[in-house]
Design a protein around this ligand. Structure first.
Ligand code: BQF
Length: 283
């Protein structure tokens, strides 16, 4: 029976650390870090995510500023709002909640955020930095995944890691971070032939595909560390991961739950990234 990596508990520890750091930073710089969160439209999931971010900011003592923009806002006006936040010295971090309405080009919007304020780590300057091995802002979910792996004392050196999913936001950056720790990394995806044979080779398995319960116990190596990045809503309205928790927890050594796994860690890492942008903004 697998042990659980409790993302909720771990995120609480990280947020306490951030909270203490904010006190220290306020004493040193005379103000607190400030995170600007832009939401366009009324996607219910996005509204929940933005609420989680604003709540975490309040908990840690980070100031936040929420811009709620209508779904029919022009791309031009959204870019203008971002330019204003870029120029505002009181703002340390900026994020635009994704996804955006179809008439807006996400890439243009991400490129418009000042690299120095890009708390999501999605700006091409930060993406390049990650792949070139520079010390730069790391996307929150991949950073959270690594923190969870570290929390169990897992030494990745020489281990076989399989990432299922190749998105720019999770799969690709997580693979790079695992590679940086000397894991032997495979990125599998929807076209991978005999996926189960690939995943069964994994000492560390990261699922980030967006298909409910697709990783089943027969696809997992006994004792493996299984990290579930998925958040899917079933027909019954239940939130489940990409991992079939019941069957996989019989085989794995460690497993992250959904909810209460990677999700809370994503939010905690956003707070850390905001502090980092603040410190760099002030020095
Ligand atoms: C939990 C996200 C897909 C697409 C865009 C806690 C969050 C989620 C779950 C959360 C996510 C997922 C966020 C739990 C932010 C993570 O208790 O399990 C927190 O707020 N997330 C996002 O901003 O955009 C997304 C997933």
């Amino acid at each position: 029976m697998a042990r659980i990596i409790d993302g909720k508990a771990l995120s609480a520890v990280v947020k306490e650390e951030v909270k203490a750091k904010v006190v220290e930073l306020e004493a040193r710089y005379g103000r607190r870090p400030c995170l600007a969160v832009i939401i366009v439209g009324e996607n219910p999931a996005s509204q929940v995510y933005v609420r989680n971010k604003v709540k975490a900011a309040a908990f840690t003592g980070i100031e936040s500023l929420q811009l709620e923009l209508p779904s029919d806002i022009s791309e031009e006006l959204l870019l203008k709002r971002i330019a204003e936040l870029n120029a505002d010295p009181a703002v340390d971090g900026i994020l635009v909640q994704l996804p955006l309405p179809k008439h807006i080009d996400e890439e243009k919007v991400i490129d418009a955020i000042a690299r120095e304020k890009d708390v999501d780590g999605f700006h091409p300057g930060n993406v390049a930095g990650l792949w070139l091995g520079k010390d730069c802002i790391v996307p929150c979910t991949p950073a959270g995944v690594m923190r969870m792996i570290d929390s169990i004392g897992c030494d990745l050196n020489g281990k076989t890691a399989v990432v299922v999913g190749r998105s720019n936001i999770v799969g690709k950056p997580v693979a790079k971070l695992l590679l940086d720790r000397n894991a032997t990394v495979t990125i599998a995806h929807s076209r991978t032939r005999d996926l189960a044979a690939v995943t069964r080779g994994a000492d560390v398995l990261v699922a980030a595909v967006g298909r409910p319960r697709m990783i089943t116990g027969d696809m997992v190596k006994p004792g493996a560390v299984v990290i579930d990045v998925g958040i899917n809503r079933t027909d019954e309205g239940k939130i489940v991961g990409d991992v079939d928790f019941d069957s996989v927890s019989e085989v794995a050594g460690w497993i992250t739950p959904v909810p209460g796994g990677v999700g809370p860690m994503t939010i905690a890492m956003l707070m850390e990234n905001t502090i980092r942008c603040f410190v760099e903004h002030n020095s």
